[in-house]
Write a new protein. Sequence first.
Length: 124
Amino acid sequence: MRCQTNHFPSGIIRFLIVMLLFTGCVTDEKQPEDTMSEEQMATILTDIHLAESRVNRLQLRSLDSSLMIFNQLKSDIWKKYKVDTVAYRKSYDYYMTRPEMMTRIYEKVNKNVEIREKTNNIKL
């Protein structure tokens, strides 16, 4: 006599397993509307890194002075691109949770810095 242990037909179980596998692999998540584009993030990050470099080259002994100058430069960047810190932070956080996208952004940042160095256009 055979003991029946499953109450579901094996076809349904296989179907459910396959569906779970497919739904786990699909990433149809859309980027939030107010997220900056990868290109805009790369442009802003380029200026931020150039600002950091500029402050470092000043070789100020006071961390407070360095932070004050850097914060002013960042404020100028926000104005230049008409972006507020909340929108930037939200976009930055979004891209940081998506390494493949952030890698593409930083590849663009590196290219932007190289181009600006070659053309001697490292002003903010």
